[in-house]
Design a protein around this ligand. Structure first.
Ligand code: GLV
Ligand code: MN
Ligand code: MN
Length: 418
């Protein structure tokens, strides 16, 4: 039986939720988003979340890790009942698209609207969550909020993370009115989560090639980030003979090229998307180059091999130029296989809405991947016609987003109402 009609979903999509979030953190020059944790844009996103929750009569909480929760508490559920949670994140990469993260949060609220409109009564509470610092764009560690919640990172290690200006997570949280001493796992809350379902824009073009509006996640490639610090010696660009230089830019360049070659050989992915040269003068040899390797592979041993070959090139090339190269892992996510029983229930709920959803593996990281280590987790992907993401050009069509909302509502009905 259909719980919602397409017309209902279309009307929901036209509600102000999406449009009111769109301007927050938008960069007028690039058309991308800069929603970094504990900045004014992040605080506006958090205000938006609270307002959306309050409008719907949902109970709002900020947990000890800064994650936001909005609870739809059914009248008859026991206070200690198991809960079903959906949501995603509101932070962005530098100049990210509008959909990566926010689509899952907006769709979560919209799916609840559809269920309320259809007078569907959950028998257990439904939570909407917006996780802190999913992208790791400010403090370097991806999925920081969900890692803290589940205990995948220690509070001590998290407090010491610093941003590009040397501000620690502890300092940033304190400035945002949160208590950094309180961060850490919440086994009581995690233990109550019967299922977590994250809806997310697809960050590739598989669904477009399969003519499907919505997909379901099968697995996530293991992936991580490594900072490589090349330390050389600053000197004058116009007077220092080439033979006398310890230029960290040279081993850095060799490492970038090696990463491409090794990733090709290992059928993996390696990217240097962030680099900082010190002191950054056009007419000086750099004293240091800091570069971030993002590496992803189909399995964990290949990922280890990829990173060890790339970092070995950094060290070897560094030594031939009088430069030291040290590598530090900033975040690592093991391979994720999503819960099979939950995936079957998700597929059955979608089939009930006559939504045919292919099952896909992905190389993109998500809070659902972190949650999957602790609770049954699943993901819905919404088609991205161009496949572009982490870019202002990211786009999902409204009709696909509407199908995603219907799919999520059906999944929540299946999980929370039976
Ligand atoms: C998150 O978007 C990631 O895969 O880096
Ligand atoms: Mn992302
Ligand atoms: Mn995301």
């Amino acid at each position: 039986m259909s719980i919602v009609s397409v017309d209902d979903a279309a009307n929901t999509w036209k509600l102000p939720s999406w449009r009111s979030l769109l301007p927050v953190g938008a960069d007028a020059q690039t058309g991308g988003y800069r929603r970094f944790s504990f900045t004014p844009a992040d605080s506006q996103c958090r205000d938006w979340f609270r307002l959306e929750a309050v409008h719907r009569g949902l109970r709002v909480e900020t947990d000890r890790n800064g994650n936001l929760w909005a609870w739809w508490d059914p009248e008859h559920a026991r206070a200690d009942s198991e809960v079903v949670v959906t949501g995603s994140h509101l932070d962005s990469v530098p100049d990210g698209g509008a959909f990566d993260g926010p689509l899952g949060v907006v769709s979560a609220f919209a799916a609840i609207d559809l269920l309320v409109k259809a007078r569907v009564e959950p028998v257990r509470p439904v939570g909407v969550v917006a996780f802190t610092e999913e992208e790791g764009a400010r403090f370097g560690m991806a999925c920081l909020g969900s890692r803290l919640l589940t205990g995948a990172v220690t509070p001590e290690a998290a407090r010491e993370l610093t941003d590009a200006d040397g501000v620690s997570l502890a300092e940033a949280m304190a400035a945002a009115g949160l208590d950094p001493e309180a961060i850490g796992p919440d086994p009581e809350l995690v233990g109550r989560i019967e299922a977590f379902v994250e809806l997310h824009i697809e960050q590739g073009s598989a669904l477009a090639g399969m003519n499907a509006a919505v997909g379901v996640a099968e697995s996530i490639w293991p992936h991580g980030r490594w900072r490589i610090d090349f330390n050389g010696r600053a000197d004058h660009a116009g007077t220092t003979k080439l033979a006398d230089r310890s230029d960290p830019m040279l081993p850095f360049a060799a490492t970038v090229l090696a990463a491409r070659t090794v990733a090709t050989e290992l059928k993996s992915l390696a990217t240097f998307g962030r680099v900082a040269a010190e002191p950054g003068a056009a007419n000086a040899i750099s004293s240091a180059v800091h570069a971030w390797l993002d590496a992803r592979a189909p399995d964990e041993s290949t990922l280890t091999e990829l990173v060890s070959q790339v970092t070995a090139v950094a060290a070897l090339s560094g030594s031939s130029h009088g430069v030291t190269a040290t590598s530090t892992c900033e975040s690592l996510t093991p391979a994720v296989e999503f819960d099979l029983d939950l995936r079957d229930r998700v597929l059955a709920a979608l089939a009930g809405q006559e939504i045919e959803a292919p099952v896909l593996a992905t190389g993109a990281g998500h809070d659902a991947g972190v949650l999957a280590a602790a609770v049954p987790a699943a993901m819905l992907f919404v088609r991205n016609r161009t496949g572009v993401s982490h870019s202002p050009a990211e786009r999902a069509e409204p009709e696909d987003c509407e199908t995603g909302i219907i799919a999520l509502a059906a999944v929540l009905e299946e999980l929370a109402c039976r």
